[in-house]
Design a protein around this ligand. Structure first.
Ligand SMILES: NC(=O)c1ccc[n+]([C@@H]2O[C@H](COP(=O)([O-])OP(=O)(O)OC[C@H]3O[C@@H](n4cnc5c(N)ncnc54)[C@H](OP(=O)(O)O)[C@@H]3O)[C@@H](O)[C@H]2O)c1
Length: 316
């Protein structure tokens, strides 16, 4: 747990930054990058909670490639409470991390959820025995190149965004002296919805068509995307997001700036026959629509088709 190291000087004791205990659950594309960045800065003690052990992790980043040593645990029963848990599994894998969360969380633990979607707190709170849950928006692009090698690409001004509150600021602080830029936003909800709006187009359409983002440039697909987005934007507004009048068009224009040969994680999961992160994305739109009394027939159709694909992958 938190330890305070203080240095004594002639002018009295000066508190040195606390060295915190941080556990990262899931060392994939996102978790691998945060674990390597934190180890690189070496301001805190990091343990990686993984299914397959490895001792060193290489991070390719614009600032140069680094290799760091890493403490890993594969048995949740060997875990003890920490100051911070960074949950970096896919959203649908959250229940499988329950045994880790149970052992790692004490009353003062903070759990940051580095996942897509809008329901981070509702998804994770039941698993953390009263620990504080902090939602994040992850903007950086992480790519797992091998079990012990990841690549970081900065794709926006901020690499991560958190709510503008004490827990959000504390999260940003743990990334001090790392290459990851973390900011806090007072309008976190709007930005969370904006990220979701991008994901609920790019992911389902590329996964269902089994085509990379070039498919979004077809006129008929473009029209479908706008209609799907119009539904989602109506739900987002009803939920309190402050979106622009032409938000759907803006989102689609942003998507068309992405390289046409880029895939999406749902596209790659679909091709690999893995379960899909569909409930946390399109499922969130449909569920929020139901709650607000807004019909979302197109999103519901996408959810049905992709849930069928995902469920078949689970039983394969
Ligand atoms: N990749 C990106 O650029 C990006 C950008 C923004 C947001 N996101 C979001 O970030 C989240 C994480 O995505 P990702 O791309 O990092 O996924 P990923 O590459 O599939 O990594 C997930 C990792 O979680 C591990 N895992 C799953 N269940 C586990 C368990 N019970 N115990 C221990 N480890 C477990 C997996 O381990 P195995 O290796 O053993 O399967 C895998 O290494 C998702 O919500 C995604 O949508 C990703």
């Amino acid at each position: 747990m938190e330890r305070s190291i203080s240095a004594s000087t002639g002018g009295g004791p000066i508190a040195a930054p606390q060295r915190l205990a941080i556990a990262v659950i899931g060392l994939g594309s996102i978790g691998g990058v945060v674990a390597a960045c934190l180890r690189g800065a070496d301001l805190h003690d990091v343990v990686a909670c993984v299914r397959r052990p490895f001792e060193r992790l290489t991070l390719e980043r614009p600032e140069g490639t680094i290799t760091v040593s890493l403490s890993t645990l594969t048995d949740p029963n060997k875990a003890t409470p920490v100051d911070w848990v960074l949950l970096c599994t896919k959203a649908h894998e959250t229940p499988s991390a329950a045994s880790w969360l149970k052992r790692l969380c004490g009353p003062s633990t903070r759990v940051a959820v580095l996942q897509n979607g809008i329901d981070h707190v509702a998804r994770v709170s039941p698993l953390v025995a009263g620990a504080t849950v902090i939602p994040t928006i992850v903007y950086y692009n992480g790519e797992r190149l091998a079990i012990d090698r990841v690549r970081l690409r900065h794709v926006a001004e901020d690499d991560m965004l958190v709510p503008d509150d004490a827990a959000g600021h504390a999260f940003a602080e743990i990334f001090r002296e790392t290459p990851l830029r973390v900011s806090a936003s007072a309008d976190f909800k709007t930005l969370l919805w904006r990220k979701l709006l991008i994901n609920v187009i790019a992911n389902p359409i590329t996964a269902l068509t089994r085509q990379r983002q070039s498919v979004l440039r077809r006129d008929d697909v473009h029209a479908l995307c706008l209609a799907v987005l119009d539904e989602a934007v109506a739900v987002a507004r009803a939920d309190g997001a402050s979106l622009d009048r032409d938000e759907a068009t803006q989102i689609l224009s942003t998507l068309l700036t992405f390289p046409s040969e880029a895939g999406t994680s749902m596209y790659f999961d679909c091709l690999a026959g893995r379960p899909l992160e569909i409930e946390a994305l399109t499922g969130a739109i449909v569920a929020a629509g139901e709650q607000k009394g807004i019909a979302t027939p197109l999103n519901r159709t996408l959810l049905t088709l992709l849930s069928a694909i995902s469920d078949a992958a689970k039983t394969a």
